[in-house]
Design a protein around this ligand. Structure first.
Ligand code: PLP
Length: 431
């Protein structure tokens, strides 16, 4: 019997948090780091929401509360789901969680047994793949292709399904690609699910970026398609659209009150409840009409940055960048840069174990951070399985326009610095 449980071998991570140690090392060396790695809006939570939470805290609303979430917030969320998705929803199917991450783990713990197959987008939010391997399920990464704007078709999904499929994860708008599934895409996907999957197969619809869409587009949900609400765990929250990442407020809308009771029980086992004064502030996000203007202003600023950064990246030799339709990330293909700087070749020269651990885009990521003070995320940080040979970086545009412009200028110099990359490899000994 060893110290650690065997299941830990399957546990992955979210590199956007892990990279913090490398960034700190650079800061300690006096490097000015531009943080394109973070998935957090560079906006504060709105004053009208802060005020509500503070008032409740000062009034003594600081004890335990309903583990499912306070009823008024669950009612507000149910109303939001009804009006935005056009489906019936009741408060007894809503569970409030500390952020939108716990519903991912609750879904795996509730529905997925070892050996079940889980289909999930790749590149995708890394916590999906982490939970697939942690619970001993079989990963079925649905590879999103750049030339289709990182969307996928009903046929692509159909090719991933077998009689062992238990869970299908969708994320739109997507982290890391900014891809968005259209109404037609969703109708096709729903058709395949109705035709091929038993009613026990669950869909996890991660819609945490539901408020952040560009070009006047509206958000569409798989839950709105016929026959899907009764199979879908719809998850979202306050972190991204309301710029409240540190509040830790998220929620899941479950197919039935019985399934919601299981999520509540998981809350009881793990976190007891989400602080009630924070939930009151979160309730105001849905109920106070002032929220809409705050969100619209933030989204329009993300859109302006996107409109500047995508052409600027495409102007760099060796870079190809799609125009994201939502969220606040760009996901350029940097294959040309990896070739030009000799990174693909340097990667192939690494000794076996290091080669398996590192990727060319990951080596480029570290070069940019340690030598140019630009923190990015590499492709493998968004699902490793089956990602070999794909060279992308994710840059968050949740940064001021000034930082984005300074960052792109640094990338332009770095992408020409083959000698600098060679020296970096020799000096740092990171790989
Ligand atoms: N789902 C996706 C797709 C995300 O990008 C994130 C955060 O980056 C989450 C879930 C987790 O959100 P939260 O911070 O509310 O837990």
């Amino acid at each position: 019997m060893g110290l650690l449980a065997k299941r830990l071998e399957g546990l992955g991570t979210e590199n956007a948090f892990k990279l913090g140690d490398d960034i700190q090392r650079c800061l300690d060396r006096g490097i000015d780091v531009i943080k394109f790695n973070l998935g957090a809006p560079d906006f504060r939570s709105a004053p009208h929401l802060n005020r509500v939470a503070i008032e409740h805290l000062e009034a003594g609303n600081s004890g335990y509360c309903d583990p499912a979430g306070i009823l008024p917030l669950r009612e507000a969320i149910a109303h939001h789901v009804e009006t935005t998705r056009g489906i019936e929803m009741t408060a007894d199917r809503i569970v409030v969680t500390p952020g939108a991450k716990p519903p991912i783990s609750y879904t795996f713990q509730t529905y997925v047994d070892p050996g079940d197959e889980v289909v999930y987008p790749s590149p995708g939010f890394p916590i999906y793949e982490s939970w697939v391997t942690f619970v001993g399920a079989t990963p079925v990464p649905l590879q999103l292709s750049e030339d289709r704007g990182f969307a996928f078709s009903a046929d692509d999904l159909a090719a991933c399904l077998t009689e062992r499929t238990k869970l299908i994860i969708l994320c739109s708008p997507s982290n890391p690609t900014g891809g968005v599934l259209s109404r037609d895409d969703l109708a096709g996907i729903a058709g395949v699910i109705r035709e091929r999957c038993s009613p026990d197969v669950r869909i996890y619809a991660d819609e945490i970026y539901e408020h952040i869409l560009f070009d006047g587009e509206k958000h569409h949900s798989i839950a709105s398609e016929p026959g899907m609400a009764e199979r879908t765990i719809l998850a979202s929250g306050h972190s991204k659209g309301f710029a409240m990442t540190g509040w830790r407020l998220g929620w899941a809308a479950l197919p039935s009150p019985e399934e919601a009771a299981i999520f509540k029980q998981l809350n009881i086992n793990i976190v007891s409840c989400v602080p009630p004064f924070l939930q009151e502030g979160g309730r105001a996000a849905y109920e106070d009409p002032a929220t809409a203007a705050t969100v619209a202003d933030m989204v329009s600023q993300f859109e302006k940055r996107r409109d500047w950064v995508v052409p600027a990246l495409n102007a760099l030799e060796g870079v190809r960048c799609q125009m994201p339709k939502g969220a606040f990330y760009v996901f350029p293909n940097v294959s040309g840069v990896c070739e030009r700087l000799g990174i693909v070749e340097a990667h192939s020269r690494l000794p076996g174990a290091s080669r398996a651990r590192a990727t060319p885009a990951g080596m480029l990521q570290m070069f940019l951070l340690y030598r140019y003070g630009v923190a990015t995320m590499d492709r493998a940080s968004f699902g490793r399985i089956g990602s070999e040979g794909q060279h992308f970086l994710r840059l968050s545009i949740a940064n001021s326009m000034d930082d984005i412009q300074r960052g792109v200028a640094r990338l332009e110099t770095a992408f020409d610095d083959a000698a600098g990359f060679e020296a970096f490899l020799a000096e740092e000994g990171l790989f």
